[in-house]
Design a protein around this ligand. Structure first.
Ligand SMILES: C[S@@+](CC[C@H](N)C(=O)[O-])C[C@H]1O[C@@H](n2cnc3c(N)ncnc32)[C@H](O)[C@@H]1O
Length: 225
């Protein structure tokens, strides 16, 4: 998706993807990820998810990356935090209380930031991107995150012919094809999610599965394309 698409979504508050109470699969499965205490957690395409505050409250340092300045500022406002803003490597970086949000393009993030992340949380990042960008996104994670990095991935799967993305359907075989070059991918949970997503039923979906995956980086990677 082009940047303008997402900026328009934020400008017009068309953010049906946002979960004001966070994603329940995070609290249910984060312990199973086995992220080291105090690990820096990368949250790509973070929006204003309160999951970042949840991770910070667990003692993690959180690095979110988000195109929308409005989303970044809204996160800190809604969490009642006063954020400092600095300019780093072409990004505005807002930070407070263990959460830093880098405002700009994920694909332009400095490699050094990835080096310092021992954990990853992806909810609605991989599935936000069309196929060619998904490959580039996954290759970036494979190549730049360090060996040993642990992650939680939350993805959805449905019949792509029933609805145009985003969010896109990313079923198990694609999760594995994209990430197994570097990560061990283990299923944690999967459930039918259509009943909780009336907006997708109205768009014509007949079935929707939400799944959580544990990721562990084993050191291999493919070159970023
Ligand atoms: C589907 S939303 C998910 C947000 C968040 N992960 C959540 O669970 O609420 C995708 C977000 O990614 C942002 N985004 C899209 N492309 C991006 C890019 N290339 N770099 C950084 N952020 C991006 C959008 O502005 C949007 O806020």
């Amino acid at each position: 998706m082009e940047h303008d698409f997402w900026h328009a979504r934020w400008t017009h508050d068309e953010i049906g993807f946002h979960q004001p109470d966070g994603n329940p699969l995070l609290a249910a499965h984060w312990d199973a990820v086995g992220a080291p205490d105090g690990a820096q957690v990368l949250v790509p395409l973070c929006g204003k998810t309160p999951d970042m505050a949840w991770l910070a409250a667990r003692g993690h340092r959180v690095v979110g990356v988000e195109l929308s300045d409005k989303a970044a500022r809204a996160f800190f406002d809604e969490q009642g935090m006063h954020a400092e803003r600095v300019r780093r490597d072409g990004f505005d970086v807002y930070s407070a209380a263990g959460v830093a949000i880098w405002v700009g393009d994920f694909f332009q993030m400095p490699a050094a930031v990835f080096d310092e992340c021992a954990a990853l949380y992806d909810r609605a990042a991989l599935i936000a991107l069309p196929p060619d960008m998904r490959r580039r996104y996954a290759a970036t994670l494979c190549e730049r995150l360090p060996a040993g990095c642990r992650g939680l991935l939350i993805a959805i799967a449905y019949d792509q012919s029933e609805m145009a993305g985003p969010p896109f359907s990313v079923p198990e075989d694609e999760v594995r094809a994209l990430l197994e070059p570097a990560f061990t991918v283990s299923p944690l949970a999967a459930h039918d999610a259509l009943a909780d997503n009336e907006r997708f039923r109205q768009k014509g979906l007949s079935a929707l599965r939400e799944a959580a995956w544990r990721l562990e980086h084993g050191g291999g990677s493919l070159p970023v394309r």
